[in-house]
Unconditional design. Structure first.
Length: 389
């Protein structure tokens, strides 16, 4: 309960006399208000709370100030009700009522201002922190965060056949009619690996003719393929980073991580990426084979992890990992959301198709994850439908 005294010493004495006659155990503490200065609130049995003038506050103080002002408003409302119940009279009652009315009007305006500003700041922050993820099947994505659109490993022209269609030829199951002309305005092209299922030349050649100055961030392993096509390419080794600028001045940070080694052991690894929202509050991790360096990944944190969860195997060779490795990845990064890729689910034909085997299911992955990271949520994307996180 907030106890208070207002007015001149004689008025306070009168109020104290009246109230103590009803409740002798009640003690009085001061509630002082300076119209243009500081608000000081002293609660019974608690320390004094000092609230700076609102026009002097800085953003990180807003929550505390808003709460404190709400306490003051509620206390004044309670005091006014107490006056009505106790029927305080004479000049003191009139003066107290006038003070309460003035203070309530003033404080309510300030509370509205604080709340409105807080909501505006929260809205601005939340908008820049939302990742909108559109899965285009295979390894292809469109990511949007803070108004910046990133096209990832696109396959939008023709099938995926690695140049040897008799051995392997795959088409998308659901997004069959999505073409380059259907793309929104893109700010950056992100390439994780140098092979055709990530760096798809049937798509990238016409894309470069349409957007020759498009910003590109890529693994250095794709340099020979990309240099003839694009003029604005940044090649990132694992551990290196860059910024992607939006047209409105916002930017997201991209940092490369080590992915799989597709060749002899001495070859440079391909890339995964950490993408951080403009405010720096939300980070996404992506590596399309679920292959990672535990020591380096263990030093990172990511709120969102995009990874395959169903393994794809050739005899004696792991093409794409998942299952327990995907759980281990999510746990290392302390992920809150896991977005599973189904990059093996394509309409495929050719000699290789019959010997590629899948291991694990979505359900078995969820069961494994529940044991190790029970608070994490699995969000399954639908091809072509934006998923907002």
């Amino acid at each position: 309960m907030l106890e208070c005294a207002f007015g001149t010493p004689s008025e306070r004495a009168q109020a104290q006399s009246v109230e103590q006659s009803r409740n002798p155990s009640m003690s009085y503490k001061e509630f002082l208000v300076e119209a243009e200065g500081e608000y000081i609130v002293e609660l019974k049995g608690a320390a004094r709370v000092k609230i700076p003038p609102i026009h002097r506050r800085v953003p990180h103080e807003q929550d505390t100030i808003s709460i404190a002002i709400r306490v003051v408003c509620q206390a004044l409302s309670d005091m006014r009700k107490a006056c009505q119940r106790n029927s305080l009279g004479d000049q003191f009652s009139d003066r107290l009522w006038m003070i309460l009315d003035a203070m309530l009007r003033k404080l309510n305006k300030k509370v509205c201002a604080v709340v409105s500003e807080e909501k505006a700041m929260e809205s601005n922050d939340s908008e820049t922190d939302v990742f909108k993820l559109t899965y285009l099947e295979g390894n292809s994505w469109i990511w949007e965060v803070g108004g910046i659109k990133i096209l990832v490993d696109p396959i939008l022209v023709g099938n995926l056949d690695f140049g040897i269609p008799w051995l392997y030829d795959a088409a998308k199951k659901f997004i069959k009619n999505f073409k380059l002309d259907d793309l929104p305005e893109i700010d950056c092209l992100l390439i994780t690996q140098s092979l055709d299922d990530h760096c798809h030349m049937k798509t990238l050649k016409p894309l470069s003719q349409k957007l020759p100055n498009l910003r590109v961030v890529s693994t250095p392993n794709a340099k020979e393929l990309l240099d003839p096509l694009f003029t604005n390419v940044t090649y990132l080794e694992p551990g290196e980073g860059s910024e992607i600028q939006g047209k409105d001045g916002s930017s997201v940070k991209v940092r490369a991580t080590a992915g799989p080694v597709l060749g002899p052991p001495w070859q440079r690894p391909e890339n995964g990426y950490l993408v951080t929202s403009p405010s720096g509050k939300v980070t996404l991790y992506y590596e399309p084979h679920c292959v990672f360096n535990e020591e380096s990944v263990g030093k990172e944190r990511a709120d969102i992890v995009i990874t395959p969860v169903i393994k794809q195997l050739l005899p004696y060779f792991l093409l794409v990992s998942g299952q327990e490795d995907a759980v281990r990845l999510a746990k290392l990064l302390q992920a809150k959301f896991i977005v599973p890729m189904r990059n093996g689910e394509l309409d495929s034909k050719g000699a290789l198709t019959s010997i590629i085997k899948a291991e694990g299911t979505m359900q078995s992955f969820k069961e494994l994850l529940m044991k190790e990271l029970p608070d994490a949520k699995v969000l399954e994307p639908k091809p072509g439908v934006p998923l907002e996180i």
